[in-house]
Design a protein around this ligand. Structure first.
Ligand code: FES
Length: 163
């Protein structure tokens, strides 16, 4: 029997909350700090969903950072790819110079490197930020047929499968 983990087994989807549970940090007057409107979740690379814990301190290497900016949900590694500083202490900003009105980036608080939130590319060096896959799903219907809020969606994330 082959006991090695396959990529699909390592990329389980994880529920991180309803869209309405994320405060849009573009509405923050304090410079779009990620921290107040974000959720961090520890998802060890080789473990499954029931071992994940919301807002639990653990190795930065295992944490996903999820937040909403200008109406878009973003899910990224919480660990800066430069020197492992937590990106939840960073600032999010618009990237309008490339002609995309929805472009956005995150600036690491430690050394000021900036990363594109849609491509993961850094503004210097060859470091690249890991972006997580995101899915918005309709909430599950309860036993009596009610749905929490018809216009709300569940946010699911999974570690992107490396090709
Ligand atoms: S640790 Fe993030 S820029 Fe250096």
């Amino acid at each position: 029997m082959n006991t090695s983990e396959k990529p699909a087994e390592m990329s389980t989807w994880h529920l991180v909350g309803l869209v309405s549970s994320f405060t849009d940090i573009s509405l923050d007057d304090n410079g779009c700090k990620v921290l107040p409107g974000c959720k961090t979740m520890s998802i060890p690379k080789s473990q499954n969903a029931d071992q994940a814990r919301m807002n639990r301190i653990s190795d930065l290497d295992d944490q996903v950072l999820v937040f909403k900016f200008k109406g878009f949900i973003h899910a990224i590694d919480n660990q800066c790819p430069h020197s492992s500083f937590p990106l939840k202490q960073g600032n999010v900003f618009d990237i309008e110079d490339l002609g995309n009105p929805n472009g956005a980036g995150i600036r690491c608080f430690r050394h000021g490197w900036r990363f594109d939130l849609f491509t993961g590319k850094a503004d210097r060096g060859n470091h690249e930020l890991n972006l997580w896959d995101i899915k918005l799903r309709d909430p599950l219907t309860s036993e009596n047929g009610d749905v929490t809020t018809i216009s709300d969606k569940e946010v699911w994330v999974r570690r992107a499968v490396q090709s």
